[in-house]
Design a protein around this ligand. Structure first.
Ligand SMILES: [Fe+2]
Ligand SMILES: [Fe+2]
Length: 264
């Protein structure tokens, strides 16, 4: 199985900080079409738009329609801190929500369950996973059969990627989320997230994880003991996950790369 994991396109009708999010997102989609149209699943893990406004969501919808992706690559969407849940629902009425109105749902493919969760809280950039959302996730995990492999997609990083002091905008309910992971780490095989706009990978609670950069603006890892964001002359990317019964492999696709040369 092949999964495309793209994050943080931050679609907006103009450039943001001098970079056009639309042209970069279109290039990413074009790269996907050229190289990965055999994939089984395409997920965009939030910050779909920069401001969560109708115009940007409509622009995103038009870009996806124009890209003419294969039906099974119609992207699964979750929301990030830059999105607006209510505006999202108006523009994507077919995306499922849980009984409390959060954008949380799952889909089963083969022996795998893909769970998409909502960590947005209006007017804050940090991630929030309230009791109601936790109850939903625990229920879905409880209903998962023992032979199903589970993959979680979320916007915010569930763990501090360097140290807690510098992780001002990560998930706030880390301890509660950690308990859920520890109780289910036999079934949960991988966590996919975005938000920090940096490429990361590792394991947490016995579960591997990965994140790609944003397709709009890549950031650089922060190894200081304070919160800060930084850019550099680095490339944007999206990730490709290859899942086999005995392996999970994460590749990074720097889709702006040029002069590709396969040796003959
Ligand atoms: Fe973002
Ligand atoms: Fe974000």
């Amino acid at each position: 199985m092949k999964i495309i994991h793209l994050s943080d396109p931050h679609i907006y009708t103009d450039k943001i900080h001098g970079i056009d999010p639309v042209s970069r997102f279109k290039k990413a989609l074009d790269h996907i079409l050229q190289n990965h149209n055999d994939a089984d699943l395409f997920v965009i893990t939030g910050d779909i738009t920069d401001l969560g406004d109708k115009e940007s969501y409509q622009l995103f919808i038009k870009i996806i329609q124009d890209a003419d992706l294969p039906a099974k690559l119609d992207p699964k969407l979750i929301i990030g801190n830059h999105d607006n849940r209510e505006e999202f629902k108006k523009n994507f009425p077919l995306v499922q929500e849980d009984e409390n109105g959060f954008i949380q749902y799952f889909t089963d493919i083969e022996n795998k369950r893909f769970i998409f969760i909502d960590t947005n809280l209006i007017n804050t950039h940090s991630g929030h996973y309230c009791d109601d959302r936790q109850v939903w996730l625990k229920k879905i995990l409880n209903e998962t059969s023992i032979d199903q492999d589970v993959y979680i997609f979320m916007h915010h990083n569930p763990l501090a990627l360097v140290i807690e002091e510098s992780d001002e905008i990560g998930l706030k309910q880390k301890e509660e989320f950690k308990k859920i992971l520890l109780n289910n780490n036999k079934n949960i095989k991988h966590i996919f997230f975005g938000h920090q706009h940096i490429t990361s990978s590792g394991s947490y609670c016995g579960i591997t994880f990965s994140s790609p950069r944003s397709t709009w603006s890549p950031l650089i890892p922060n190894f200081s003991n304070q919160y800060r964001l930084g850019t550099a002359n680095t490339d944007t990317n999206y990730n490709i996950a290859i899942i086999r019964p005995d392996a999970t492999i994460i590749h990074t696709e720097d889709f702006l790369k040029t002069e590709v040369n396969w040796f003959k």
